[in-house]
Design a protein around this ligand. Structure first.
Ligand SMILES: [Mg+2]
Length: 134
């Protein structure tokens, strides 16, 4: 599918909000939060990457040792807590991309395009095979 047409796809879930939050505003808030606490001195790329991965692990921790039925129930009852961990992952992603001067939305669009090429629909549809084995 041409990426340009993807905006016409109806999403199964759309957050209820009156406006799309501006990513730049969110990054400004994150940077202000950090700078008001004088934490930039601790934020080198290694420790930012560690923090990002630790938060991703906190997402996984919600699902560890649960079977499908337990997960279904857990998600219903713990959506807010799971959302907090997903937010933490985005927080560190935005902070790190800001500090490294990476336009993360542009990087995401490039990555989607790359994945479309690595996983052509005619080869990948309905399969979970890695691209180099297709
Ligand atoms: Mg967390």
């Amino acid at each position: 599918m041409d990426f340009a047409f993807s905006k016409y796809i109806v999403l199964p879930f759309t957050p209820k909000r009156k406006y799309m939050k501006n990513l730049d505003d969110l990054i400004r808030k994150i940077i202000a939060f950090r700078d008001e606490r004088d934490w930039k001195q601790f934020h080198n790329p290694k420790d930012l990457a560690i923090s990002l991965v630790l938060e991703a692990n906190e997402v996984m921790e919600h699902f560890q040792w649960k079977n499908k039925e337990e997960i279904d129930q857990y998600v219903v009852e713990n959506k807010e807590a799971i959302g907090e961990e997903l937010a933490d992952v985005i927080y560190w992603t935005l902070l790190m991309s800001h500090d490294l001067k990476i336009d993360v939305l542009e990087a995401l669009e490039k990555k989607i395009k790359k994945n479309e090429e690595k996983y052509p629909i005619e080869k990948a549809k309905g399969k979970h095979t890695k691209y180099n084995k297709l």
